[in-house]
Design a protein around this ligand. Structure first.
Ligand code: FA5
Length: 345
C-alpha cells in the first residue's frame, strides 16, 4: 500500500507539473484530491489493514496529501499570475491615441431668440405668464372685443375643436386671462408660447408658430410708454443704432393700434434686399388696450389704461440670423441648427 501511495504521489506531482493553465490544474486537483479521487480511496481502504499498521499508513497518506496540496497551490499561484499577465498584454491601450471629440448639443436658435426677448423684458420688471394652447373661443376672441360673427375673426383663420374650443390663434388670450385673474391690480407681463392658424405653410408662414405677447396695465399708461419700451427693445435685439417707426394699423383689442417697423439693420435705411428697398422692417403689432377689453376683464377704463404688443420670434430670428425659410426652424436638420451653436462659454 505504501508503494501504491508513492506511485500515486509521483503521478500527481507529474500531472501538476504538466498542467499549463488554471483550468488544467483545477482538473488535476479534482481528479486526484477530490472526494472521488484515488487518495480518498486509499484512506477508505485503510480499514482492511491490520490495526497496528493503520496509524503509520494514515500518517503517510496525510503527509503525501499535504505535500501534493502544497505543490499544487504553488503551481496554481504561478499559473494564475501567468493568466493575469497574458490578459494585461492583450488589453494594453495606447494612451497616445488622439481622442474622438464628443458632439455637444445646444439650444435651438428659436429657443435662444425667445430667451433673449424674455431676458430683456424680465430686466424691465416684467413677469412671464402662461396660458393654455387649447383655448376657449371666449378668451381667444370675445374677451378681446371680437364677438361672434365679427369680420376681423377672419384675420386669424382658426383650428376649431368644438364650437366653443379652439387652438389659440395668438397669445393675446393670456392678456384677457391675466387681467381677469388680477381683478383690477396693475399688470406687467410677457407671454411666450405656441399658436396655431390655418395658414398655408410657405417661406414666411407656418400653421404652428411662436408668439410673445406683452401687456402693461396701470394708471396713466400712455402711448409714449409703449413707444419707449419698444424702442429700447429694438436697440437691444438689433443694435443700438436702430430707430423705430409706428404705423397706424387695426387690431380689435387695441385702440389706437400700430405696427412697428425698425430701421433696416443691414443697410441702415438706404434700402436693400432685406428691407425690400424701403429702409424699414416690420417687427410686431401693438396698441393701447381697448376700453371694451378693460371693462370685460373688470377694470374701469376711466381709471386705468394699458398697452399691449405681440410679436413673432420666428420672424425676428429670421431677420437677425438671415434665415430664408421659416420651415428650417421645425425640421430639426442638424446642418441648420448647428450653424447657430454658441461658441462662447
Ligand atoms: C396678432 O396676432 C396680435 N395678437 C398681435 C397683437 C398683440 C397686437 C397685442 C396688438 C396688441 P398678427 O396676426 O399680426 O397679430 O401676428 C403677430 C405676429 O405673428 C406677426 O407680426 C408675425 O411676426 C407673426 N405671424 C403671424 N402669422 C404667422 C404665421 N403664419 N407664421 C409665422 N409667424 C406669423
Amino acid at each position: 500500500m505504501e508503494q501504491q501511495l508513492n506511485e500515486l504521489k509521483e503521478t500527481v506531482l507529474l500531472k501538476i507539473d504538466e498542467a499549463t493553465s488554471v483550468k488544467e490544474l483545477n482538473d488535476v486537483r479534482i481528479a486526484y484530491l477530490g472526494k472521488k479521487g484515488p487518495i480518498t480511496d486509499l484512506l477508505k481502504g485503510m480499514g482492511k489493514l491490520p490495526a497496528d499498521e493503520r496509524p503509520k499508513m494514515g500518517a503517510l497518506v496525510n503527509v503525501s496529501r499535504e505535500t501534493v496540496t502544497e505543490v499544487l497551490e504553488r503551481r496554481m499561484a504561478i499559473l494564475e499570475q501567468q493568466a493575469i499577465n497574458e490578459q494585461l498584454d492583450k488589453e494594453k491601450i495606447d494612451v497616445t491615441l488622439p481622442g474622438r471629440p464628443a458632439l455637444q448639443g445646444n439650444h435651438h436658435p428659436l429657443t435662444r431668440v425667445v430667451e433673449e426677448i424674455e431676458d430683456f423684458f424680465i430686466s424691465m420688471g416684467y413677469e412671464v405668464a402662461e396660458g393654455p394652447e387649447v383655448e376657449k373661443d371666449y378668451y381667444n376672441f370675445e374677451a378681446l372685443n371680437l364677438p361672434k360673427g365679427h369680420p376681423a375673426r377672419d384675420m386669424q383663420d382658426s383650428f376649431y375643436i368644438s364650437e366653443e374650443v379652439l387652438l389659440r390663434t395668438h397669445t393675446s388670450p393670456v392678456q384677457a386671462r391675466t387681467m381677469e385673474a388680477k381683478q383690477g391690480a396693475p399688470v406687467k407681463i410677457i407671454c411666450p408660447g405656441k399658436v396655431y392658424r390655418r395658414d398655408n405653410d410657405d417661406a414666411t408662414h407656418s400653421h404652428q408658430f411662436t408668439q410673445i405677447e406683452g401687456l402693461v396695465i396701470g394708471e396713466d399708461i400712455r402711448m409714449s410708454d409703449l413707444k419707449g419700451t419698444l424702442s429700447l427693445f429694438a436697440k437691444k435685439m438689433f443694435g443700438s443704432e436702430r430707430e423705430i417707426r409706428l404705423r397706424p394699423s387695426f387690431f380689435p383689442f387695441t385702440e389706437p393700434s400700430v405696427e412697428m417697423d425698425i430701421s433696416c439693420f443691414k443697410c441702415g435705411g438706404d434700402g436693400c434686399n432685406v428691407c425690400k428697398k424701403t429702409g424699414w422692417i416690420e417687427i410686431l403689432g401693438a396698441g393701447m388696450v381697448h376700453p371694451n377689453v378693460l371693462s370685460m376683464a373688470g377694470y374701469d377704463p376711466s381709471v386705468v389704461s394699458g398697452f399691449a404688443f405681440g410679436m413673432g420670434p420666428e420672424r425676428i430670428a429670421m431677420l437677425k440670423y438671415g434665415v430664408e425659410d421659416i420651415r428650417h426652424f421645425y425640421t430639426n436638420d442638424i446642418r441648420f441648427v448647428s450653424q447657430f451653436h454658441r461658441t462662447e462659454a
